[in-house]
Design a protein around this ligand. Structure first.
Ligand code: SF4
Ligand code: SF4
Length: 181
């Protein structure tokens, strides 16, 4: 499919907690994929997805690592599901100073799901045998602010190429590239 210049692909992982059985295969493959070297070790503490297990309350909730935040929230969330109350921050996606979740255990650096960059399909989705995780893709229009940012980045990149190789070389290369696209 030819992608319109003014659209971007958005991937969404849908989580069906009714299907999750708490097997933690998603944590294993994520931590293993992100090990250095790749697949050399497996430590769920390094996973970008964690399954919040509350067996007594009969719930397993896969939570994906989101953005790092420098300060913990002033307001907290408290969930009640099927009449059972869960601890504050239980299902929060942030890597935040108030807890160890979503931090690389040795360095303390924040972890964030990168959708398994370079893979055809997120590996946690592939490894979830009960389809508790499924992926959806959609095309979304690129916003004006993003377009401006892209143009600025292209401008900076071109300027540095011209400074390094000269305008003629850059123009030749762009002409060659345009024939192949
Ligand atoms: S692999 Fe699927 S079923 Fe197993 S813990 Fe992860 S989301 Fe739940
Ligand atoms: S999509 Fe990839 S990086 Fe994100 S949680 Fe799943 S396995 Fe980890």
């Amino acid at each position: 499919m030819k992608i319109n210049k003014r659209t971007k692909t958005i991937k969404t992982i849908k989580i069906d907690i009714d299907k999750c059985n708490g097997c933690r295969a998603c944590e294993v493959i994520c931590s293993s994929f992100h090990a250095a070297p790749k697949y050399s070790s497996n430590n769920p503490a390094r996973s970008r997805i964690r399954v919040i297990r509350e067996p007594i309350r009969d719930v397993y909730v896969p939570v994906y690592a989101g953005d790092y935040v420098v300060a913990e929230c002033a307001g907290r969330d408290k969930y009640t599901i099927d009449g059972k109350e869960y601890d504050e921050c239980s299902f929060c996606r942030a890597s935040c100073p108030s807890r160890d979740l979503f931090k690389e255990p040795d360095s303390g650096l924040p972890l964030k799901c990168d959708m398994c960059e370079g893979e055809d399909e997120p590996l946690c989705v592939k490894w979830c045998m009960v389809d508790a995780l499924t992926v959806e893709e959609r095309q979304e229009a690129v916003g004006e602010a993003e377009e401006v940012r892209d143009e600025i980045e292209i401008g900076i990149g071109l300027e540095s190429l011209v400074n390094r190789f000269g305008i003629d070389k850059v123009v030749d290369l762009v002409a060659q590239l345009s024939k192949t696209k």
